[in-house]
Write a protein that binds this ligand. Structure first.
Ligand code: PEP
Ligand code: MN
Length: 263
């Protein structure tokens, strides 16, 4: 039996225990107003819960596309207003918190920043939800303690997001820790999301791992979607297309309906 978290709002939507999985979709990174509007419009038609907005990208290689940064702010404002959907966006520096607050509905803390306690404390001082990704090699305890830094400042709207960990396996980008989802749902009070895109690094596996996450009790999913993955400026190899997303979303809702009484 899983523990129930306290419901909270994310922009115009609500995150509630036992309700249909909350699905956040969108490209890894915003590349242009056209690209972002096009993908968001397809996702809105599918009935997505919220949009990813990759503005600041923490890339492993310094010469990889780093995101549009501030240039994307007006694009996000336009898309958010046009589709009336909440925006999830990664914050990489405490100095961005105030300016992002204007148009971001849920702050995302990336795997590389899970241990950035100054950033976590700053986010704890806001009243916006925070999606906290697991660091590559963080234990579940370290991850939960990181969430505690946000809560200690007075912000209890924390979502934990499993995004794969580093193991000896090299066939996939990361090893998705399905155990973590089941464990956290049974032993902590947090809503738990899954990111099967970074968790696998392979668009072919995204559907299976999304469904496995829902079966393990995940409350939501964060999925990378691109209308032209081959041309994407980042993470195209793990992006699914809007039509694949539509099929997956149907399966997620069906599976959840079948299992909901078990959780
Ligand atoms: C992302 O979601 O865009 C991202 C960079 O993920 P992670 O921090 O999990 O690598
Ligand atoms: Mn990505």
């Amino acid at each position: 039996m899983s523990m129930k978290f306290k419901a909270f709002s994310i922009g115009p939507t609500n995150l509630k225990p036992d309700s249909i999985p909350y699905i956040v979709g969108g490209p890894c990174a915003i590349e242009s107003l056209n690209q972002y509007t096009h993908i968001s419009s397809e996702l809105k038609n599918c009935g997505v819960s919220a949009l990813r907005a990759g503005i600041f990208k923490l890339r492993t290689k310094p010469n990889s596309f780093q995101g549009l940064g501030k240039e994307a702010y007006p694009y996000v404002k336009i898309v958010r207003e046009k589709f009336n959907l909440p925006i999830f966006s990664e914050v990489t520096d405490p100095r961005q918190v105030e300016e992002l607050s204007v148009f971001v509905d849920c702050f995302q803390v990336g795997a590389r920043n899970m241990y950035n306690y100054e950033l976590l404390k700053e986010l704890g001082k806001t009243q916006k939800p925070v999606l906290l990704k697991r660091a590559f090699s963080a234990t579940i305890d370290e991850w939960v303690h990181a969430a505690g830094y946000i809560e200690a400042e007075g912000n209890n709207k924390v979502i934990l997001c499993e995004r794969g960990i580093r193991t000896f396996e090299t066939k996939t980008r990361n090893t998705f820790d399905i155990n973590a989802i089941s464990y956290l749902k049974r032993n902590t009070h947090y809503p738990v999301f899954a990111d099967p895109s970074h968790g696998t690094g392979d668009s072919q596996l995204v559907s299976d791992i999304s469904l496995a996450s829902v079966a393990a009790g995940a409350d939501g999913l964060l999925i990378e979607v691109h209308h032209n993955p081959v041309k994407a400026l980042s993470d195209g190899f793990q992006a699914i297309t809007p039509s694949e997303f539509k099929i997956l979303q149907k399966k997620i809702y069906k599976l959840h309906a079948l299992l909901k009484d078990e959780f």
